[in-house]
Ligand binder design. Structure first.
Ligand code: IPD
Ligand code: CA
Length: 265
């Protein structure tokens, strides 16, 4: 493992321990704040993990920029120099409900190009990481996406919970359509975990009508290095600065999925 990847994964793992130390967050209202949108929350742990990550990553790469979920990013140019795109806790609603299904997601970009991606699920102690050109790994073992066909595929989807009034029906109508063409459907509550599952071939596809760059930044590098396809619903590269629709899948079914999505419009 490259030294920079090791430094980042060590730091991320330490913050996973902080996540796991949380107990009964829902029982103390001081722990939780409401954010704009439908049912969108932030906890004191999201803020603590984010602050600790930024502090530690600044020691590793002093000139890097930071684009992160729980901070103001208006002056951050994600296409310049080293830029970390961070979701301190992906699956915050799961975290509040003590579901044990949340992850830390850290993507590093160099001049807007994918460089390093790290997704850590502290509950399963699963560290997914990739560096462009060097493959994708899970706890040190090389991973690749699946080659299942659509009829055998297991796919997961996100319900766009913070935009349910505008995008909820699109999410469920597409999920219903795919449900009848595939083996079955899953909804984990963490886009980062859904993405990691496609990268290592547990599932075959994941989509959500809208995600933010911190939800998928690390995933772009991990998916690409695992030979999966990743794009927005139009087949375009994902934005690193504004929310976007999101699709990733193995390469056997990617075009078929894009066509099914586009038929919906
Ligand atoms: C959310 C989760 C969820 C997805 C939402 C995301 P957050 O991230 O990934 O699965 O449906 O769209 O925003 O807010 O818990 O970091
Ligand atoms: Ca989050």
């Amino acid at each position: 493992m490259n030294e920079l990847v090791k430094q980042i994964t060590d730091l991320v793992r330490s913050q996973g321990l902080l996540m796991k130390s949380a107990r009964q967050i829902e029982n103390n209202s001081d722990n939780i704040k409401v954010k704009p949108g439908d049912a969108n929350f932030v906890t004191v742990y999201d803020e603590a993990v984010q602050n600790n990550l930024i502090k530690g990553l600044k020691e590793i790469l002093p000139n890097a920029l930071f684009f992160a979920e729980e901070k103001d990013n208006s002056s951050v140019d994600t296409t310049r120099g080293h830029c970390f795109i961070i979701d301190p806790i992906d699956g915050t609603t799961n975290f509040i409900h003590d579901m044990g299904a949340s992850a830390i997601s850290v993507g590093l970009f160099l001049d807007g190009k994918p460089y390093i991606g790290v997704i850590y699920d502290p509950y399963r102690d699963e560290m997914f990481y990739a560096q462009t050109g060097f493959g994708a790994f899970l706890n040190g073992t090389r991973i690749n996406c699946s080659d299942r066909t659509l009829d055998k595929a297991l796919f997961s989807f996100g319900s766009a919970p913070y935009n349910k009034s505008t995008l909820g029906s699109e999410a469920f109508s597409l999920a219903q359509k795919l449900f009848y063409k595939t083996a079955d459907i899953r909804r984990s509550g963490s886009a980062a975990i859904d993405i990691a599952c496609v990268a290592c071939g547990r599932t075959d596809a994941f989509f959500e009508p809208v995600l933010s760059p911190w939800d998928y930044a690390a995933g772009i590098t991990i998916l690409t290095e695992a030979s999966a396809a990743v794009s927005d619903f139009n087949g375009n590269n994902l934005s690193l600065s504004i929310p976007s629709s999101f699709l990733c899948s193995n390469r056997v079914i990617y075009r078929e999925l894009l066509n099914l999505i586009q038929e919906e419009d």
